[in-house]
Write a new protein. Structure first.
Length: 569
């Protein structure tokens, strides 16, 4: 059971009083709404009218409301059970803008459904992802998404109709002011001011834009003449699947899945003062909910959504991480979807202001990607994976003519910086996993196993193999406990050997010995229903044995017995 953190007013399981619950729901509504500007960018790239864009924002409110509540469900197969609202994500911005410009909105919607399905698929194989996406590759994916987002942000700031526009200087001025406010608040302030830096920067940039005449008169007219209440027009929603965009949205779906893992893990940390390691079940349910939410967005005629780490940070700072906050927030979003007046407000924001906010967001993603990459030692293999993939990805922007002349089959992969770099990184990582496994053997004769010698042996492998101290300590403690049980029960009848291997994913300790297989009732066994005192015996057996691997396997053949202990790294 999670230990209640002292700095939280309402933890994930607690229901705030009704008035505060509604106010917290309103706070999350505002935070989620900031990201509706991404819908405007994508629909402008497709050349849509203001009316179509307003309808899309309205449908986006419905999609976000449903997905927010879906993520907070704590029972059943879907939903992490945490307050982790999804937003229209920068991860999908690059691929969606590309699809909107080259193929139109129907392709954006269909490919968004495809990207969500990718995340749903990956949620079923979470354990196996760690070999394909180690920290270096996962961090690299975040880095590339940040670079692509930053490029889009710069395009929004600089691509102001023409350079001869008399208001071009004012656009640049407002963009710089907006960016300076966001950076200043995030560097020199603390608490909510720091966490809300993007929203405050966008608001001040918008206010400065009004007297400078940077707010479009056409958009202002649409805002003034929009009704307060009406049903969204769904006539713009159609679907068309474009195979040529599969790599772009495939990689976006992968990036969204990795981001969801990080967000849900953070939710677990901030809601448990004694957090030790990720709880896989809630992460899998959270990925499933996030993928379904993305698919709902595509079905309702909007771009892709993904869990927002910034909102999780605000909930931590405000001391309210209650999952129940998601339900008023979701209901508010759905209710506002029938007010085009509110939706049309997002058309008023100058793209220079939005572009500055995207640049700030990109900076954090780039920095976060680097932090993830260097969280583990980068060896020669990963040096090539990161370096070559990054250079190839950037070359897509530097030498666009070369890539457009390649055969169509190859252009499926090289179509965007995101797809080219990430697919290259995944392929190189899989190739370099050949021969990566390290194995050492410690042999004991019939005189018995020395726990001191075993401890020194396991400890000696920690640093050379790049293992964290926590993993090393767990492997030593658990292996010693198993050996202790074997010796106490006189189950080792002959020689024994310990085989330790590490493949950059799992540290595996094989205990091979002549004798009888160890029996530890209930340990590591999942059970759904407990009768009377059964739960007590079940839990105490696990605790008293001191056996805490991530997975344990037993096998025997004749006199030879084998116990395999798996420790996730």
């Amino acid at each position: 059971m999670a230990t209640r953190p002292d700095d939280l007013i309402y933890t994930v399981d607690e229901i705030p009083p009704l008035q505060r619950l509604l106010l917290l729901g309103l706070q999350n509504l505002v935070l989620i709404s900031i990201y509706f500007v991404l819908i405007v960018i994508i629909f402008k790239a497709a050349g849509c009218s203001d009316q179509v864009t307003v309808n899309a924002v309205c449908m986006g409110m419905i999609a976000a409301g449903i997905a927010t509540m879906l993520q907070s469900i704590w029972k059943g197969p879907v939903g992490s059970g945490y307050l982790a609202p999804p937003v229209f994500s920068a991860i999908f911005l690059g691929p969606s803008v590309l699809a909107a410009k080259t193929a139109g909105l129907p392709v954006v919607f269909a490919m968004t459904i495809f990207a969500g399905a990718i995340e749903v698929f990956l949620s079923r194989f979470l354990h196996r992802l760690r070999g394909v996406f180690p920290p270096a590759v996962s961090g690299f994916i975040v880095l590339i998404v940040g670079i692509e987002l930053g490029i889009v942000g710069i395009e929004q700031v600089l691509d102001i109709e023409t350079l001869d526009d008399p208001k071009f200087d004012q656009h640049i001025f407002v963009a710089l002011i907006t960016l300076a406010i966001i950076m200043g608040l995030s560097v020199w302030f603390r608490g909510l001011m720091r966490l809300l830096c993007s929203m405050i920067g966008i608001l001040i940039g918008f206010i400065i834009s009004i007297p400078l005449g940077l707010v479009s008169l056409k958009s202002a007219g649409a805002f003034l003449h929009s009704p307060f209440f009406t049903f969204p027009d769904l006539g713009y929603i159609t679907y068309h699947f474009d195979p040529s965009l599969i790599p772009s949205f495939l990689t976006a779906g992968i990036a969204a899945a990795l981001r969801t893992i990080g967000v849900i893990t953070t939710c677990q940390k901030i809601n448990d003062a004694d957090w030790k390691r990720p709880e896989i079940k809630s992460i899998k349910r959270g990925m499933l909910a996030d993928g379904i939410g993305c698919m709902i967005g595509g079905l309702l005629g909007t771009p892709g959504m993904n869990a927002a780490p910034s909102i999780v940070g605000v909930s931590k700072a405000s001391g309210a991480t209650s999952r129940y906050v998601a339900f008023p927030a979701g209901c508010f979003l759905i209710a506002l979807a029938f007010s085009p007046k509110i939706a049309s407000f997002f058309l008023l924001l100058p793209m220079s202001v939005v572009g500055a906010a995207l640049l700030a967001n990109a900076a954090f993603m780039i920095s976060g990607g680097i932090q993830i990459m260097v969280s583990r030692n980068i060896d020669t293999r990963m040096t090539y994976v990161i370096g070559i993939s990054l250079l190839l990805g950037l070359s897509r922007k530097v030498f666009p003519d070369f890539f457009t002349k390649l055969p169509e089959a190859i252009q499926l992969v090289t179509g965007t910086v995101l797809s080219l770099s990430i697919i290259t990184a995944i392929i190189l990582n899989l190739i370099f996993r050949i021969g990566i496994k390290r194995t050492e053997v410690l042999v004991f004769d019939e005189s018995g196993i020395s726990l001191e010698r075993l401890t020194n042996f396991l400890r000696s492998k920690g640093k050379p193999w790049g293992l964290t101290e926590d993993v090393t300590d767990r492997s030593i403690s658990t292996t010693n406990q198993v050996i202790h049980h074997l010796q106490d029960a006189h189950l080792i009848l002959g020689a024994a050997k310990i085989i330790v291997s590490y493949d950059q994913v799992d540290l595996i300790t094989n205990i091979n010995y002549e004798g009888t297989i160890l029996s530890l009732p209930n340990v590591g066994i999942k059970q759904r229903v407990f009768v009377e005192e059964e739960a007590f015996a079940y839990g105490l057996a696990d605790f008293l044995t001191g056996v805490y691997p991530d997975r344990m396997e037993f096998s025997s053949k004749g006199k030879d017995a084998n116990i395999r202990l798996y420790f996730s790294t």
